[in-house]
Design a protein around this ligand. Sequence first.
Ligand code: MN
Length: 613
Amino acid sequence: MENNSDIVVYRLGANCELDDVKVGNIYEASVQGFANFGTFVLLNNHIKGLIHNSNVITDHKERDPIFVKVRNVRDNGNIDLEEFIPEIYRTENIVKKSSSARLSDLSRLVGRRVSLDVEVAQIKQTSGPTIFTFVDESGSENGAAFIEAGKRAYPEVELGDMVSVSGEVMKRNGQLQIEVGSMRVLTEDEMLEVKVRINDALEERAKPKDLPFLVESEVLEKLKPEMQKVAQIVRKAIFTAQPIIIRHHADADGISAAVAVERAIVELIRENGGDPDTDSHLFKRAPSKAPFYEIEDVTRDLDFALKDNVRFGQKLPLILMMDNGSTEEDEASYRLAQVYDIPIVVVDHHHPDESTDRYLKAHVNPYHVGGDFGVTAGMLGAELARMISPAVEAVVRHFPAVAAVGDRSEAPERQLYLDLVSDDYSEDDCKNIALALDYEQFWLRFNDGREIVKDILDVNNNHERHKKLVALLVEEANLAIAAQLEASMPHVSEKILKNGAHLFTLDVEMYAHRFTFPPPGKTSGEVHDRQCRSHEGEPVVTLGIGPDFAVIRSRGVLMNIPEMVRELREEIVGGGVNGGGHLVVGSIKFVEGMRDTVVKCLVKKIGEYPLDS
Ligand code: MN
């Protein structure tokens, strides 16, 4: 005989699961309903058992309290109970304090009920249920909650809230999903604890692996901590379903940099259960015409981000600037983004302005560690991509070599990256890819041309098509360049500057085709290349002059274009001078009516810089 005073009756808390039900234990339950063969009872709000008729002692109606003893828990989860009437007993609550599961466990829990503490990363109303995207330290998954078709479920739950959610794990069209049974916003105290737990674990998980670089480079080694910081920020954004926008300069170097990181981000989003190819809201790559973040660009980005925020309940994005973003000229756009607390990180090799850093979460730039523009954005981008997702290495290995020749790097890294891929891509192959990228981007204008660009960069697993496409684009580009130069070269004038450098000047407005390839910058570059070849070993400066701008290309003169721009702006009242770029390659803008004054002053300044001996 049992001693009745030792009898314990258990009460199962709402978060308790089948695992908490023990054979032989007595539970406080409530009658749920009746069948021919017995009585169904609920042990908490979702665990159900059956008392066969032969084990029912008293009469009941629905919702009556009842004590039951567990006879058996079958493999299929069915619970056999018998009614039990204790005389003397004590009760004990079984409470689950912390959540029992993590989002990454769900694939093993299909068909089971789970309860979790998570952050709400997106709320999307469909014509059926409301879809919540949940995030914790282990991953991200969707939950579907339904009250009425097209009606927002749990309207008190907002984007960014920490919630306790429970429901059944289902698989729909191959995708895991929680059928939300209950959801409650955590109290201030609970929230703090969960937030700290999730955030600490996410920071840890977002830390990139410490891989050696593809080539030996002192500059890269010194940049490593900051690159890892950017990789961690990008990885964390992916893990928390924060959209990412890459803004990049629309040339071969900028495209290589951005596409390398694009491939890594896409890979990691996919590993994390998302599909960036069909859900473009998580990632966007956008070329910028100017080598800085124009107000037009930031306006577009804000417009999309804010609409997605309202329409799709999305978080505001992380903006990653590549091959631009490190100068004063970006700051007006950064201030605009700052109004919305949009975080910005920069990976650039243009000469940086110190004042810009106050707007940035992180900034990778070779100038910070004694390097220069010779370590190009494409090199930094490919190495960063490996930090974000090591799996992309094979895909992006040749990007730095393309970027190096595209941006005419003279750093030692150029040859190292060319050597790295020389079995698969010769230096000429790399030059052709770079030219094809420049040519195609000209026609793509503001579009990212994702699939065409992937073919040009040979990442689409169709090497034959890549070769055909690049050969054709290079042929077209060269024909266009030849036609342009045939018209332009006779109009190039020459003079010798005070410092002894050759100055070649071309009016690109009057003596070059407009609105076609090559654009003024590229036309000036081609003129410059020809003059350099015919003046081997001598200092050469080429100016392509338009109605309200001048493009500067130079060799062998230690000039500083951003510095000249600042001086011209101060010295020429009403000149409206601005611009920038690299130290020795760049462009400046001015008002058309002041063109002659500005150009005269600019030429004088160039002639005062020392030569590179
Ligand atoms: Mn560049």
